[in-house]
Design a protein around this ligand. Structure first.
Ligand code: FE2
Ligand code: FE2
Length: 322
């Protein structure tokens, strides 16, 4: 990589912010064998009739299948980002993201095997991935995949983890929430650099792309396969409320373009599914994935250790201890 000439226009860019995530990702790496496969059950265990047990197992198989599908698609998207990113340091970073998404897929494959096998595929996830893979520009791909999707998916990991305490599933969700935090943070850092010299038309495309993606994400979040149809109906109101909260975070990110990416971006993301279908605008809190108490403490403590890194290592320590 060192011997090649830098692509035109990229050699004077300062990629330090992205390179930092390369170092961070390497340090935060874990292995599928680190999980306590023989110590805790793969998914929650219940008592009751064989029918009830079968229904519960189908539900968790369906949840895991959706995550497996998402990570298989994430490998493709990360690979594409690695292939087209013109900056060397960004390419270095994307090698870790491809590796992360592959390892996530490996973990889900092992878990779905132990949970009873694959369930129905979510058609909306495939469509979401297509939007990213077929996007015209690198700026749009980074925005959709890392700034938007990686951010929107994290609350779902937390939700699944809460419903599966003491299982391998919970452990995987906790690890992935951290990894996807790094994927998102690096995307924010790279997008800022990409947009610093991009023409106005490119910045405008991001808003259009976000508006195309939000309804698709809503359909994905509310989609229920047969295995979760009954519980899905019972939870529909709660699901919609939760989705509204998640999407508001996404809208915040798009809006954050005005302060974080470039002054000319402003967003009017319209969410189709009622009752949240209205235009909103917010200022983004930073860093979004860290409890504010920790963020405050870290901001006060040291300027030599990046605050994201310290928080990630602390969270990773918590996972190891549990
Ligand atoms: Fe992943
Ligand atoms: Fe990811």
């Amino acid at each position: 990589m060192e011997a090649e000439a830098a692509p035109a226009g990229t050699d004077e860019r300062d990629l330090t912010g992205v390179y930092r995530y390369y170092e961070l990702a390497k340090r935060a790496e874990w292995q599928v064998r680190d999980l306590p496969w023989s110590d805790v059950p793969p998914i929650p265990e219940y008592k009751g009739s064989p029918q009830k047990l079968a229904r519960r197992q189908d539900l968790w198989r369906s949840v895991i299948t959706q995550q497996l599908q998402a990570d298989e698609l994430a490998v493709e998207m990360a690979t594409q980002l690695f292939a087209i990113a013109p900056d060397r340091d960004a390419k270095l970073y994307y090698t870790t993201m491809v590796q992360d998404e592959s390892r996530h897929t490996e973990a889900w494959l092992k878990l779905i095997d132990q949970a009873g096998g694959m369930a129905e595929r979510d058609p909306y996830l495939d469509q979401l991935a297509q939007q990213v893979l077929e996007a015209d520009t690198l700026e749009e791909k980074v925005f959709l995949m890392q700034v938007f999707f990686e951010r929107l998916i994290i609350p779902r990991f937390r939700l699944i983890a809460r419903g599966s305490r003491g299982t391998i599933l919970e452990d995987i969700c906790n690890r992935l929430a951290i990894d996807d935090g790094i994927h998102h943070g690096s995307g924010m850092a790279y997008e800022r650099i990409l947009l610093s010299r991009a023409p106005k038309s490119i910045k405008g495309q991001l808003i259009d792309a976000a508006n195309r993606m939000l309804p698709e994400f809503a359909a994905h979040a509310l989609w229920r396969p047969k295995a979760r149809e009954m519980i899905g109906q019972l939870m529909e109101a709660k699901d919609k409320e939760r989705l509204k909260t998640e999407l508001n975070h996404g809208v915040r990110l798009a809006k954050s373009g005005s302060t974080r990416f470039a002054p000319s971006i402003s967003c009017c993301c319209t969410l189709r599914p009622a009752p949240s279908s209205r235009t909103r605008s917010y200022a983004i809190p930073a860093p979004w994935w860290m409890p504010s108490s920790i963020a405050r403490r870290l901001q006060r403590s040291s300027s030599t250790v990046p605050r994201d890194e310290r928080a990630i290592m602390r969270k990773r320590g918590m996972i190891r201890r549990s």
